[in-house]
Design a protein around this ligand. Sequence first.
Ligand code: EPZ
Length: 420
Amino acid sequence: MERLVIDGGKKLKGEITVQGAKNSVLPVIAATLAADGVSVIHNCPMLCDVTAELDILRLLGCEVEISGSCVRIDSTKATRCEIPENLMREMRSSIIFLGSLIARFGCARVSVPGGCDIGERPIDYHLALLEKMGVRTVCGCDGCLRCECPDGLHAARITLPYPSVGATENAILAAVKAKGTTVIENAAREPEIADLADFLIKCGARIDGAGERTIIIEGVKRLEACEYSVIPDRIIAATFMSAAAVTGGKITLRKVCPEHLAPVLPCFEASGCAIKSYSDCVTVSAPKRLKSMGVIRTNPYPGFPTDCQAVVMAMACVADGVTVITERIFENRFRHVAPLRRFGAQIETENNAVAIIEGKESLNAAKACSTDLRGGTALVIAALAARGRSEITGLHHIDRGCERIENCFSGLGGQIKRLD
Ligand code: EPZ
């Protein structure tokens, strides 16, 4: 079984370029189905979720070429609107194909998506908004969804019960070529939403307000494929910052959007890290010992991102004092608590929603298994902080969202290697 072997206690130093955003490139790749011709996507991270999504496009009939971080997608010959369950189960973002498949073919046959086991993760918001736009969905007993839209998608006024990222993305993908003007109220405001909209606008879509609470989309007849570069991954940037913080290091992150990090920077500053932001880079200088970060609550953007909860918890494990983290987005996103305790972390939880972390002077090395993508990166961070040799397994979770994590941290002076 593949595992990471980490000799902790080394200060991370140096520079690292942050990969393109996983949660941006996944909807943008799905959106290429709605555009005629050849799309070229730059800054594409080579992750398991990305290659799984490109496999779906090939299966639908698209031609896909990968060259480093550049992906070329010709959707001209796409003819199928059915995604088999094994590919749908690979990740959560496969549900984003619903909007673009129906926009392209007027139908879709998918199953419920997979993704990190951090909660039930229903898709009721997605199905409800598509129904308002003219889609009839039949849910088969085998978990298969058959969506039909014989008269074509029409605009609607959609009010999301919750600012769901995926539901906002599906609404945008369905609306860009629907008849009329669609209004999405209570839309998610994450930077990845604006990135998806910017790609579609470059293809000829008419979208106003992406990144705000209300998005207005005037449907157009066709979209022309384009060349586009996705934004940097703000969650991976915060992950590297957390690793520098727990090791008392100093690193520079290149090719980041400092404004996308605004929701997490106060947390790093509260811990005693000195942060300097420039146009496309951020430097982090950690103190000898982190301070506790007080109370942290996860919220939809521009609140503290739930995807940074685990890596900040790893920081709290070695901070001086008590940090309280409340997870308000997903009902099962503390699965990294048990494996963190194997490193000697002092963490109590209440109702699987509140974690009280009493920081320790140091952590001991341990063997631990990742439970999900962000929880797995938190274990790597704990191992980088711990004294001694640790082993982390369950790397398929980490590889879904972080490109060769061992190369990233060894490039910053971490003693980490991947063994089979
Ligand atoms: C996206 O997931 C991200 N994934 C997640 O990142 C991220 O944690 C999440 O947004 C919140 O920011 C991708 O972009 C691929 P939601 P998504 O719809 O779209 C409930 C990572 O580690 N809900 O905003 O699935 C849902 O259960 C991943 O990169 C419904 O009830 O998140 C959750 O409690 C993990 N019904 C809340 O809304 C629905 O139909 C937010 O979910 C949809 C969602």
